[in-house]
Design a protein around this ligand. Sequence first.
Ligand SMILES: Cc1cc2nc3c(=O)[nH]c(=O)nc-3n(C[C@H](O)[C@H](O)[C@H](O)COP(=O)(O)OP(=O)(O)OC[C@H]3O[C@@H](n4cnc5c(N)ncnc54)[C@H](O)[C@@H]3O)c2cc1C
Ligand SMILES: NC(=O)c1ccc[n+]([C@@H]2O[C@H](COP(=O)([O-])OP(=O)(O)OC[C@H]3O[C@@H](n4cnc5c(N)ncnc54)[C@H](OP(=O)(O)O)[C@@H]3O)[C@@H](O)[C@H]2O)c1
Length: 456
Amino acid sequence: MSEAPPLRVAVVGSGPAGFYAAGQLLASEEPRVEVDLIDRLPTPWGLVRLGVAPDHPNIKAVSRAFERIAARPGFRFLGNVEVGRDLTHGELTELYGAVVYAIGAQTDRRLGIPGEELPGSWPATSFVAWYNGHPDFQHLEFDLSHERAVVIGNGNVALDVARMLALTPAELAPTDTTDAAIEAINAAGVKEIVVVGRRGPVQAAWTPVEVGELGELAGADILVDPAELELDAASAAELEAAPPTVKRNVEHLREYAARTPDGKHRAIRLRFLLSPVAIVGDERVEAIELVRNELVDGRAVPTDGRELLDCGIVFRSVGYRGVPLPDVPFDEGRCTVPNDGGRVVDAAGAAVRGVYCAGWIKRGPSGVIGTNKKDATETIELLLEDARAGALASGQAAGAVDRLLRDRGVAVVTQSGWEAIDAAERAAGEPHGRPRLKLAAWDELLEAAGFDPVSG
Ligand SMILES: Cc1cc2nc3c(=O)[nH]c(=O)nc-3n(C[C@H](O)[C@H](O)[C@H](O)COP(=O)(O)OP(=O)(O)OC[C@H]3O[C@@H](n4cnc5c(N)ncnc54)[C@H](O)[C@@H]3O)c2cc1C
Ligand SMILES: NC(=O)c1ccc[n+]([C@@H]2O[C@H](COP(=O)([O-])OP(=O)(O)OC[C@H]3O[C@@H](n4cnc5c(N)ncnc54)[C@H](OP(=O)(O)O)[C@@H]3O)[C@@H](O)[C@H]2O)c1
């Protein structure tokens, strides 16, 4: 008796959500599943490679779990394949029994204030991608010559940006930060990095470990004005009832406010209850105008108080934002793919057969790496339920997508191509005591994967 053909699933996006989804699918025995994990980049792991701060190697080590998933039978990596460019949504639904979109949030939220587009005003998304070696961001030049940099936002990404700017040469040296970024940060004239939150210390989105490590930086004092830690009655009550993480955040801040600065080379100053109203400058950023807020029912409401802060560069770290893919349903308000537990739904709320989503594009740009495991598991349980109910076709044999991509001249980076990139990067880092020296140019990546960049 011949065995039933496996269910063939395309998972689009090889960040944490895509890998956890692939892992859940490959663990299924009935139906048996084969996964093509597709990414527009020649490298997998999404924000674990290109978002997580390079001075946090222990967090990047989650990639070992992804490598174990990639080693399972039935797994293929199809890198350098962009859905919407190299393959359409319609083709994916023809080729595969099911498609899982795990494309993350590819751009930044805007502040919507005058001066946001001035040279020197940057989304944190670009800076993070640059220092992490994302091949689309290596042409950027960040002018770090002014002595003050401002970071807008009170999330963990804002702290990553502030901390990266404050690291000493000795702290940067053992990381996989790109050499260009290490050189620029080491040579920067920045003396003070001001992190600006629109609400108070109790409402900050960051987490205690990340706030706590600011106090241990070798080359930067951490400055907090005790007056900005004074809580109104509502915030005091909120803190009283808050989870331990919020209490620990505030304890760290109070400890910082009580410190006497050591006079280190740089300083990170944490400010609260201030919103940017304009980024100011003739040709480029010269200052930022801030309005003092008060909290009303937990919301930041502007008062008459204003201040102008001289600065040469502004990083807007107010969240990532999902972008639509052609022909895939999209909720313009939430910037996510509309779904019911991971089953993609159309404008009328009806499930789109065989189409699913997971991770940041499913629930919005929040949550740590592990959050995506639970999230992907929820999606894949529904997908397998649909498969077991006979609602999904099995999909075409692997050769069909391979032929289509070959005919289109797409240089597909397979798992072995990625492993060649990985080996080259690790070998280049090893003599310098660094985890890897990232290849950050498209042609270098493709060449390391075995393609001849000249003849294609
Ligand atoms: C700067 C930063 C630092 C972070 N640091 C930490 C941390 O220290 N610890 C922690 O636990 N969490 C951290 N997080 C959160 C964590 O990275 C996210 O929760 C997680 O990466 C989201 O996973 P995802 O798979 O949904 O998206 P992503 O990781 O963004 O992966 C999406 C993937 O989809 C691919 N893709 C996009 N569009 C297409 C397309 N059209 N075709 C094919 N492929 C496509 C992308 O190339 C990418 O590889 C951080 C987040 C950021 C932004
Ligand atoms: N080390 C880690 O574990 C780590 C590192 C990096 C990222 N991450 C995770 O990745 C996710 C994304 O992080 P994130 O920092 O991008 O997002 P985030 O946690 O949602 O923080 C966004 C911040 O921007 C502020 N903000 C939003 N709109 C604003 C506006 N118009 N003006 C001023 N401030 C505004 C928010 O303030 P309000 O609260 O007032 O809206 C909030 O402080 C988070 O879940 C984070 O924990 C984790």
